[in-house]
Each structure stands twice: as C-alpha cells, then as structure tokens.
Design a protein around this ligand. Structure first.
Ligand code: HEC
Ligand code: HEC
Length: 260
C-alpha cells in the first residue's frame, strides 16, 4: 500500500510541473464523483446527510440551554432567518457575543450562540449535534451562490488563507494549489482530484461512514501530504475556509454533499 502510494504521488508531482489549469470557473466536487454517488446526493430521500439535517431541525426547535431558549425562539423559522447565512461564512463577527473582530466559521458562530445566548456548553467539533445544526443551517442556503466579505476585519484572515493555500507543506512538499488548481480532473490513487471547492460541505463521506465538516476534509488533505494537521477551529483552518469560499464565489451551496 505504502509503495503504491508513493509511486502514485510521485507521478502526481511530475504532473504538477506544467502550470495550465485554474479552478475558474469554479466547479463543484460533485461533478468528480461516480455516477452512483452523484445520484445519492441528488436524491433528498436517499442522501444520508439528510438524517443530520432532520436532526438539526429538531435541535433547532427543541434544544434549550440554561437560558431556556431554543434557536427557534430567537431566530424563528430557519427557512427565512437562515436563508443565505451559510453562503456568507466564514464571516467577521463584529457585533456578536463576545463582541470582537474575529472571523468565525459557521460552526463557531453556532457555538457562539449555544454558549452566549443559550448558556449551554459548546458542542464538540464533529459532534453529532454540531454537525446536525451546521448541516441544517447550510441546507437552508441550498442553491444560493457563495458570497463572502473579505474586507475590513476579514482581510487579514483572507490573506492568511491565501498564503496557506499556495504554501508547500508536509513530506510531499505540495501546496493545495498543486492538486486543486493544477491537477484537477486527474486521478490520484484511483480517486479523481476535484477543484477542492467547499460548496458540498458538511458532506457525508462514504469512506468515513458519517457526515463530516469541511475542516475535517481539510485535515485529511494535510494528512495526505504528510503535514501536521492544524487543530479544529484554528485560525489557519478558518482562514483556509475563507479563502476557499472567496475562490468558490458564485458556486451554489449544495450541502449536504455525498463524497466517496
Ligand atoms: C496531494 C494532493 C492534494 C493536496 C496537496 C491537497 N488536497 Fe485537497 N483533496 C485531495 C483529494 C484526492 C481530495 C478528494 C477528492 C476531491 O474532491 O478532490 C481532496 C478534497 C478536498 C476538498 C473537498 C472537495 C469536495 O468537493 O469534496 C477540499 C475543499 C480540499 N481538498 C481542499 C484542500 C486544501 C485547502 C488543501 C491545502 C491545505 C488541499 N486540499 C491539499 C488532494 C489534495
Ligand atoms: C437568545 C436569543 C438567541 C438564541 C437562543 C440563539 N441565537 Fe443565534 N443569534 C442571536 C442574535 C441576536 C444573533 C445576531 C448576532 C449578532 O449579530 O450579534 C444571532 C446570530 C446567529 C447566527 C449568525 C447569523 C448571521 O447572519 O451571520 C447563527 C448562524 C445563529 N445565530 C445560530 C443559532 C443557533 C444554531 C442557535 C441554537 C443552537 C441560536 N442561534 C440560538 C440570538 C440567539
């Protein structure tokens, strides 16, 4: 296995030399999946990610912290109040609680309300609850184009994400751009490489047998090039999410996606 891996990655490094392709216009990772996986994503009844969306809807209505308020008590019908929200994240949280100038991912923004408005304990990264709420909220933006603000207090995070995207990392000494700009459409370890777009996330990954966040997917890419994985919620991963969202602008949200 290891041998096969190194051989294939070596082939990829060779392919990475000529720079020709850009991820413009952006194209969903869905298009790089097999026929059956695409069919699974498209069918709302068969899409396994919809189980998380349903559970998120229940939490939205029913979960109350010490403050005794559900998300719905404050935000009402998510179909209206959360429409378009996921398409605008990560976002600078200028008037949030705690008030600050930090850029938050959607998961962090959800937990900010859980902690501050519900007086409950923040949900753990990749917990059933957090994934359910983020899948539910993301689903309210389905079909809406990704559009993020990278001005003002988000400018620094965007610059950081962009720099990381082009920085060679790990034992493989590859940057995100080598795979997702220069080699999309090619095959790595029998897997077609996509443009690395965020529109389908959180997504149900067959290999994981569960739903996972975009940050979990990004960490898998770090692992793939034998680089140290940034922690969930780290500024690096949020910055990368912001760069990816800007790069994906115009692509409609398609969460929950299904991936191999
Ligand atoms: C050695 C090649 C390689 C490198 C380098 C790499 N990735 Fe990936 N990435 C993959 C493969 C393979 C997949 C799974 C198939 C696909 O969707 O491309 C993937 C998937 C993704 C996805 C999910 C796309 C989807 O629609 O499901 C995103 C987003 C992503 N990568 C972003 C990144 C970022 C950001 C970096 C840099 C930190 C990075 N990748 C580095 C190979 C790579
Ligand atoms: C006590 C009222 C209250 C409760 C309960 C509450 N929120 Fe909020 N939430 C707010 C307010 C107020 C804002 C606006 C934040 C701001 O700009 O300061 C907000 C903002 C948000 C945002 C960002 C919206 C955007 O446009 O960027 C999300 C997402 C969110 N809440 C999700 C949730 C979820 C999920 C729950 C339940 C787990 C929840 N909220 C519970 C009051 C509440």
């Amino acid at each position: 296995m290891k041998h096969h891996c190194e051989y294939s990655l070596f082939a990829l490094v060779c392919l990475a030399l000529p720079v020709f392709a850009q991820a413009n216009p952006p194209q969903s990772g869905r298009d790089f999946q097999g026929k059956e996986t695409r069919a699974l994503e498209a069918d709302e009844f068969a899409n396994p990610g919809m189980l998380w969306v349903e559970q998120g809807a229940k939490l939205w209505r029913e979960a109350r912290g010490a403050a005794g308020k559900s998300c719905a008590d404050c935000h009402g019908d998510a179909k209206q109040s959360m429409r378009g929200v996921a398409a605008s994240y990560p976002k600078a949280d200028a008037n949030g609680i705690p008030p600050g100038r930090r850029v938050l991912s959607l998961d962090q923004r959800i937990n900010a309300c859980v902690e501050s408005r519900q007086a409950a304990r923040a949900f753990a990264w990749e917990s059933r609850e957090l994934l359910s709420l983020s899948a539910f909220i993301s689903h309210q933006s389905k079909g809406l184009p990704i559009k993020v603000d990278i001005t003002g207090s988000a400018a620094a995070a965007y610059a950081r994400g962009k720099a990381l995207y082009f920085q060679r990392i790990g034992q493989m000494n590859l940057a995100c751009t080598h795979c997702h700009d220069q080699n999309w459409g090619k095959t790595l370890l029998a897997e077609p490489v996509s443009q690395g777009q965020p529109d389908g996330w959180p997504a149900y990954r067959l290999e994981w047998q569960t739903l996972g966040s975009l940050q979990r997917r990004l960490r898998a890419c770090f692992f793939g090039v034998r680089a140290e994985q940034p922690a969930f919620g780290s500024d690096d991963l949020v910055a990368l999410e912001l760069y990816l969202a800007k790069r994906a602008e115009g692509l409609p949200i398609a969460a929950p996606g299904v991936r191999r």
